[in-house]
Write a protein that binds this ligand. Sequence first.
Ligand code: AMP
Ligand code: ZN
Length: 471
Amino acid sequence: MKAKTCLYNTLSKKVEEFVPNEPGKVAMYTCGPTVYHFAHIGNLRSYIMEDVLEKYLRFTGYDVKRVMNITDVGHLSSDGDTGEDKMLAGAKREHKSVMDIARFYTEAFFQDCEKLRIKRPDVVEPATGCIGEFIDMIEVLLEKGYAYVAGDNVYFDTSKLKDYYVLSSQKEEELQVGVREDVEEDTNKRNKTDFVLWFTKSKFDNQELKWDSPWGVGYPGWHIECSSISIKHLGGYMDIHCGGVDNIFPHHTNEIAQSEAYLGHKWCNYWFHVNHLNTRSGKMSKSKGEFLTVSLLEEKGYDPMVYRMFCLQSHYRKPLEFSYEGLDNVAAAYEKLMKRVASVPEEGEAEDGKVEAYRIKFAEAMGNDLNTSMGLTVLYDVLKEDMPGAAKRKIITEMDSVLSLGLERAWEREETEVDEELSAYVEQKIAERAAAKKEKNFARADEIRDELKAKGILIKDTREGVVWSRE
Ligand code: AMP
Ligand code: ZN
C-alpha cells in the first residue's frame, strides 16, 4: 500500500513529506554501536525507533536498503578529538585484545536486538574492515583542498565550507560550550571546529590497532567511517540517516562536511534523530548508577517486549524518562494486551473490508511523524471492532510486522494451552478404555473409541501402545 509519510527532518527543522530519491526505494543509514561495552537500554531506544521506521516504510511498500556500521576503532572517549579510544579503554578494563572486545560486544549487541525484535540491517560493516576506503576518501579530501596535514595528523578544514552548521545550527559562541569538554585544545587545528580524519600522533600513543597510510602508521577518526561506509553501500545519494540526538553535533555535522566535500553535491535528504532515554538523575550512562541493559531487565523478570512497548508509547522526538514504576505499568498493559489478542478466535473470513480501512488508519498514524502511540491506539481499536476473528488476526499480524511486539505469541500460547488440555483428556479416555478392555468390557471400550471419534480424535492400537491423532 502507498501512504503519505511525514517525518521531522533535523536538516530543515520541519515535519516534511518523505519523498525518496528513487521512487519506491529507500536508502537508509544508521550509526551503529561503539562495541566497547554492552548497549544500555538508552542506546537501544534509538535502535528500536529506527527499526520501527524501517519496518513502517516496508509496510507501506518501499524497498528499503539499510546499512549500519560497527564502530570498533576511532571513537574517542569524548566526541571531539581528545581522550582515549573507547575500544582501547574497554580492552584494558577486561584485559583482552581490542578485537576480542569488538567481537564479544558486537555479538552481545545483536543478541539484545534479537530479544527486542530489532531487525538486523541489510548490511552491517565494521569500521576496521574498511580502512582502505577511508584512506581513499581522505586522499580525495586532501586533493580537493578540504583537508590538511598538521602535526602528523590529517584534519578536515571546516572553514572551507559555506555552511558547516547546516544540520546543527550551532553558533560560534554556543560551540564554546561543546568545546569545553575538550579540556586541552589541539594546537594543530586551524579552526576550532576542524576535526581529525587520520591520527598518527595522539597523546595516547598506545593504540592497539594501527594501519599504514600515506601519512604514516595510524588510525582513522570516528566520523570518516560513517561517510565512507554509507557511500560504499548506498552510493552518493542517501534518503534517511538515523541516530540519537547526541550524534547531531559533532558526528553528523562532520559526516555532512566530509561527504559533501568529497561528493561535490548534497548527500542526504532526511535526518532522523531519536531523543534520549534518561534516568531520573539525568543522562543514561554505562559507568554511573545502575547500568541498564536488556539482560538486567530480564533478570528482574521483564519480558524485553515490555521495554519495546515502553518505547513505542512515547514519541521518538521527546526525551523519555525511565523508571521501574513506568515499566511495571507497561508490563501490566502488555499482559492485558496479550490476553485480548489471544482471545481473538481464528474464525470467519480473513478478507473483510475493514482490514483495508485499518491498514490505512494505521499507516496514517505512523505516517504522521512516526506516531507510535497512535499506532498502538489503532491496534486497540481493532481489538474492539466488530469483525470476523480471522480478519482481526490478519490486520493485527500486519500491524505487528511494524510494531514487533511479539503478538503472534499470544496465539501460539493459546494453541499450546488448548493442546495440553486436549491431550490430558484423550490420555484419560485411553486409560479408561484400557481398563474396560482388561475387564473384558469391549462394549465400553468401543463406546470410548466412538466418543473420541465424535470429537475428531482417532485412536489406533499399535505394538507400542495406543496412539492418537486428529482427524
Ligand atoms: P554509541 O554506542 O555510543 O555509538 O551509541 C549508539 C547509539 O545510541 C547512537 O545512535 C547514540 O546517539 C544513541 N544513544 C546514546 N545514548 C542514548 C540515550 N540515552 N538514549 C537514546 N539513544 C542514545
Ligand atoms: Zn555515524
